[in-house]
Design a binder for this molecule. Structure first.
Ligand code: LLP
Length: 423
């Protein structure tokens, strides 16, 4: 008997529902594949996470890269959250969704001069600067505009988050941040710059962390630096701890937002510092699922395949990280046996799978499958490889649903392409 690992999606009489809406009805209404988000789950997670830091002056900045649909950004903004962005594109999305510029922090190792200008003109809260070269350029761009840039240096605390190597970002071999050994000197340089105002200190150590200890280690490193900075005459007002809190995909038992926040709050409270958080996955991951239809089933030399209408372009996590995401039949078939199958897509790559060697109830062509915990880094990492238009996104709210992104068309994919004369 399969049971969903989370409440926003649950069986009623053998049919998988998103809140009060039958996913099979949604599939008929919007076609497949599609992403489906639960309004209640997203709202509750945002409120729960933010409330966990209530004892401190704080700002929870949703990490836009996890799920950047305008409706989701608007939902977060209306619940008092700010945003963590990594591009001019994400800045434009936040502003379009109604975010206040003063709630936006800008991370990333490769900000361009044009993006810096865009963010300075908007009046964002802070640039998380990741290299001496970036600091120089930001000072120059701010000078040209006649403004001052608010800055935190992203310090690489060199702690091991014990997560997948592709998503661990705070160790010295990663490209992110400035070494904590060089941080004081770099802060002194920043403090002396005409168009830079030092406002904070920042780190982000990785993603899908399932224990609190690495966060505490990073916090200790940062607090030690704040003390060294004060001794060197540089004051910071806020401490940005980045994102990274994990979710349950399968058997993980990550700390709840309260379990994560409590020891951090305890240590930060006496410092008087404001804290900024940049959660992504924990706010949206379990609030989304991805629905696909079975096209064919086949057997090659005893190996069974379920071929679905969704591929690695739509959901890349399984193949890119070897990530496990639960797959549930939209109509439960208690009477059918289970089989070990590969769930694969239509793309011409062997890496095009949603699950490998997975025990799944027997499914037939035309039936629907739901890939769970797909709210974070699902649609936002989708591509149009094989000229496959990106899929629709739907938000369910009680008994109602809203189409929050239309399925792309092939015409929209070809728009902007030109065939030169004499080609
Ligand atoms: N802040 C910064 C500077 C980041 O680089 C990230 C994520 C976050 C916050 C949010 O982290 P979260 O709370 O979501 O763990 N595509 C991968 C995850 C990449 C995370 C990149 N940085 C995946 O699907 O697992």
């Amino acid at each position: 008997m399969v049971t969903p690992t989370m409440e926003p999606f649950a069986y009623r009489d053998g049919r998988l529902f998103a809140e009060g809406v039958d996913l099979a009805d949604l599939a008929l209404a919007v076609g497949t594949p599609f992403y489906c988000y639960s309004h209640a789950h997203l709202s509750e997670q945002a409120e729960r996470f933010d409330a966990a830091f209530a004892k401190l002056p704080h700002l929870t900045c949703f990490s836009v890269k996890a799920c950047s649909n305008l409706a989701i950004l608007a939902l977060m903004a209306r619940r008092g959250l700010g945003f963590d962005i990594v591009s001019g594109g994400e800045l434009a999305r936040c502003l379009a969704a109604g975010a206040a510029p003063a709630t936006i922090v800008y991370s990333g190792v490769g900000k361009t001069a044009a993006e810096m200008k865009q963010a300075l003109e908007a009046g964002i809260r802070c640039f998380n600067v990741e290299s001496p070269g970036e600091l120089d350029l930001l000072n120059q761009v701010a000078g040209e505009l006649g403004v001052t840039a608010p800055v935190a240096l992203r310090v690489n605390p060199d702690v091991d988050p014990q997560t997948h190597p592709y998503i661990s970002t705070g160790m010295k071999e990663n490209k992110f941040g400035i070494s904590h050994r060089e941080a004081v000197a770099e802060y002194q340089r920043a403090a002396a710059m005409a168009n830079i105002e030092v406002v904070g200190i920042d780190c982000h150590i990785g993603s899908q962390l399932t224990s609190v200890q690495p966060f505490l280690d990073a916090l200790d490193r940062l607090l030690a630096l704040v003390a060294q900075l004060a001794a060197a005459g540089v004051t910071v007002r806020h401490l940005d701890l980045g994102g990274g809190l994990g979710i349950r995909y399968r058997a993980e038992s990550p700390p709840t937002p309260a379990e994560y926040a409590t020891p951090l709050v305890e240590r930060i409270l006496p410092t008087g510092l404001t804290v900024i958080l940049e959660p992504g996955r924990v706010l949206v991951g379990n609030g989304g699922c991805f629905v696909t239809r079975v096209l064919y089933t086949k057997e090659n030399d005893g190996k069974r395949f379920v071929i679905v209408d969704a591929g690695m372009n739509d959901l890349v996590r399984p193949t890119l990280y070897g990530a496990y995401q639960e797959i549930l039949p939209v109509a439960a078939h208690a009477e059918r046996p289970n089989r070990i199958v590969d769930v694969v897509g239509p793309i011409c790559e062997s890496g095009d799978f949603l699950a490998r060697s997975r025990e799944l109830v027997v499914v037939r062509p035309g039936e629907l499958l739901a890939v769970m915990s797909a709210g974070a880094y699902g649609f936002s990492m989708a591509s149009t490889y094989n000229t496959r238009p990106r899929v629709a996104e739907v938000m369910v709210q009680g008994e109602r649903y809203h189409l929050i992104r239309e399925r792309e068309t092939v015409a929209s994919l070809m728009a902007g392409e030109h065939i030169p004369e004499g080609v």
